[in-house]
Ligand binder design. Structure first.
Ligand code: MN
Length: 191
């Protein structure tokens, strides 16, 4: 019943030059893999040994939570990229973004600011609330919006390991390029 590291849904060089092959090799094969391995070791002999990943994210604390949430967050992050898709959302998601943030550009600005200003390690998220409205939130470290009852739609990993090999200290450059690889078909399905 061990958790397994999902393969990347594209080649390691598929997101270049926004995210390099080298970054994906470390980010997926080392960081994401380590969270999976840590989780498998930590749940042994606990009440979570046979639980689903989402059940663990919803109800654990401490090291088990940190590693389970990081497994979930990274799978969610890696699934949302494809360099060759349309550059903007369409349909009901586009309508909801325009309704909440006035325009797609305004939404991008607000999400980028949330990503840039998050202090330390963490994640920026576009979420859907229970009433169907959208919001942008920041979470520290492994935390994610699921525990707060929100549905995650889009995320930006702003842990340094996500961008340091390509951008060093220039987190804003990583974030401005991040928009060029979003697969809005995936994001729309989540909405
Ligand atoms: Mn990461």
């Amino acid at each position: 019943m061990a958790f397994e590291l999902p393969d990347l849904p594209y080649a390691y060089d598929a997101l270049e030059p926004v995210i390099s092959k080298k970054t994906l090799e470390f980010h997926h094969d080392k960081h994401h893999a380590a969270y999976v391995n840590n989780l498998n070791n930590l749940v042994k002999g606990t009440e979570f040994e046979n639980a689903s990943l989402i059940a663990i994210v919803n109800s654990s604390e401490g090291g088990i939570f940190n590693n389970a949430a990081q497994v979930w967050n990274h799978t969610f992050y890696f699934e949302q990229f494809d360099k060759n898709k349309q550059a903007k959302p369409s349909g009901t998601l586009a309508d909801a973004i325009n309704q909440t943030f006035d325009s797609f550009d305004e939404f991008k600005d607000k999400f980028s600011t949330a990503s840039k200003t998050l202090f330390g390690s963490g994640w920026a998220w576009l979420v859907k609330k229970n009433n169907g409205s959208l919001d942008i939130i920041q979470t520290s470290n492994a935390n994610n919006p699921i525990r707060e009852g929100y549905i995650p739609i889009l995320t930006c990993d702003v842990w340094e390991h996500a961008y340091y090999l390509d951008y060093q200290n220039k987190r804003p450059d990583y974030i401005s390029n991040f928009w060029n690889i979003i697969d809005w078909e995936v994001i729309s399905r989540r909405y």
